[in-house]
Ligand binder design. Structure first.
Ligand code: ATP
Ligand code: MG
Length: 501
């Protein structure tokens, strides 16, 4: 038998494997370029999502693997890639800068500044794709994230680490809810990441202006891939933003991330896939669109205490057409998230804003994080509103109603009025409890509908001013005891006298 030592191939193999492989340098050649996509021959070991560098400085990401070639989507098309140019593997996925220095900054999908504040100071570069934390690394959602929007905090509470979809037609106030939620995080130690996908530049500029106006930019990072950006940039933006958010979460911070919106993200991915000549599936979206969104949203979580206890709460936004939540992308997102806030065009046009449709909205895990006080106050509210909506159908037929039904209608109207809220006017959590207490304890029954809101708002500030002890007690204990209720009842009687004057 031939001695192994004399076998030239195995000798060569052994010599090669002894070489330190510090830098992975596999080289290929561009064989075709077009539509910001190039086919590269020779990168036989390239993996999906890997970053590829071209000889003349361009970069791209592998999004398709074929037997003979790989398809690379180009990131920066200022230096055009040419046929026969050399392409090199980097052995890593694309990375974005992350660190405290990003707070207050506006960046694009690849981490380059879009504001005029100069270079970004960052601590680390993080891969934009990462495995979501496993079940052992997580704890159940147990702290509320206060949006400052009374209808959300009372009926569809959001917990830290939860994913709650905001869904609705065009111009129904989706972005507005996101903006108010960010503004409400002021002085609450929550870092916010806002990702604008496929917006007009002017829309994003207006959003940033509002953040600045309400002093909310200091604790916010804006990642923007507007409609003019390439489909790849729009596709990457949420992953980049999520990695930046994870940096803060892993340091023990509570982070809120807003994806505005994932319908446009899906459209960008569909464009990429069609250019890559993948077979179109339902509504021409590629087959893996569900996976694209689920692996993004799965990265939101509440970490266990041993990992610092940070959290990443996600508010993805989705746009519907004709209020149809059973379309492909909306149903996907509804099934991935822990609930949805459905904004209804009809309600919006009736002047009920935020236009939350009570029947079609739900929060599946947030209830566990709601304070005792809010649970007590809001418990019956949802049922009351449901009964009211049901009865309303009858009034339209002009049918006579019995006393009991009339009472339900009258209370329902008051509740709807109480849950209206102007944009950019967020409420303190205790104020929300006090306002809802008025409804629950029947103090609004004899008021005219048009003064309900004013009465409730003024009463809440009255309690804060004249009885700050009670206000603080509710805030700290998170509970509303029988004694507190008695005290509040007395205060209402006092306040009614002043309010009349
Ligand atoms: P798009 O689909 O274009 O992104 P959107 O659903 O994000 O729209 P917004 O831009 O947030 O909607 O709001 C649409 C309009 O409704 C804006 O002019 C905004 O000022 C108004 N609006 C939203 N919420 C409220 C509110 N609570 N009170 C009064 N006006 C509101
Ligand atoms: Mg919007």
């Amino acid at each position: 038998m031939v001695e192994k030592e004399t076998d030239i191939i195995s000798l060569l193999e052994r010599a090669l494997s002894a070489q330190p492989q510090e830098k992975l340098e596999e080289i290929g050649t561009v064989i075709k370029v077009g539509d910001d996509i190039c086919k590269v021959y020779g990168l036989t070991k390239a993996v999906y999502g890997e970053l590829i560098e071209f000889e003349r400085g361009c970069q791209g990401i592998v999004l398709d693997l074929d037997e003979d070639y790989v398809s690379v989507v180009l990131l920066d098309t200022q230096v055009p890639v040419e046929e026969q140019e050399v392409a090199r593997r980097t052995g890593t996925v694309f990375k974005v800068p992350a660190g405290e220095g990003l707070l207050g900054r506006i960046i694009n999908a690849v981490g380059k500044p879009l504001d005029a504040l100069g270079e970004i100071k960052y601590d680390v570069s993080l891969p934009i794709e990462r495995l979501a934390p496993g079940i052992v690394q997580r704890t159940p959602v147990n702290q509320p994230l206060q949006t400052g929007i009374i209808v959300v905090d009372s009926l569809f509470p959001i917990g830290k680490g939860q994913r709650e979809l905001i869904i609705g037609n065009r111009s129904t106030g989706k972005t507005s809810i996101a903006l108010d939620t960010i503004i409400n995080q002021k002085n609450k130690d929550v870092i916010c990441i806002y990702i604008a996908i496929g917006h007009k530049q002017s829309g994003t500029a207006k959003f940033i202006y509002q953040l600045e106006k309400y002093d909310a930019l200091d604790y916010t990072v804006v990642v923007s891939a507007d409609a003019k950006d390439s489909a790849l940039n729009q596709f990457l933006a949420p992953y980049s933003g999520c990695s930046i958010a994870e940096y803060f979460m892993n340091k023990g911070n509570d982070v809120l991330i807003i994806y505005d919106d994932l319908s446009k993200h899906a459209i960008a991915y569909r464009e990429l896939s069609l250019l890559l000549r993948r077979p179109p599936g339902r509504e021409a979206y590629p087959g893996d669109i569900f996976y694209i969104h689920s692996r993004l949203l799965e990265r939101s979580c509440k970490l266990s205490d041993s990992l610092g206890g940070g959290s990443l709460t996600a508010l993805p936004i989705a746009q519907t057409q004709g209020d149809d939540i059973s379309a492909y992308i909306p149903t996907n997102l509804i099934s991935i998230t822990d609930g949805q806030i459905f904004l209804d065009t009809n309600l919006f046009n009736q002047g009920i804003r935020p236009a939350v449709n009570i029947g079609l909205s739900v929060s599946r895990v947030g209830g566990a994080a709601q304070t005792k006080a809010m649970k007590k106050i809001a418990g019956a509210l949802k049922l009351e509103l449901a009964q009211y909506n049901e009865l309303q159908a009858f009034i339209q037929f002009g049918s006579e109603l019995d006393k009991e039904s009339q009472k339900t209608i009258s209370r329902g109207k008051k509740a709807v009025e109480l849950l209206k809220q102007d944009e950019r006017k967020t409420y303190d959590y205790v104020d929300e409890i006090i306002m809802l207490f008025l409804l629950k304890a029947n103090h609004l029954d004899n008021l005219n509908l048009d003064i309900v809101k004013e009465f409730a708002e003024q009463f809440a500030s009255y309690v804060k001013e004249t009885n700050s002890k009670l206000h603080n007690r509710i805030d700290e204990s998170g509970d509303l005891t029988k004694d507190d209720e008695i005290e509040l009842n007395e205060l209402v009687s006092e306040f009614k006298i002043i309010f009349k004057k």
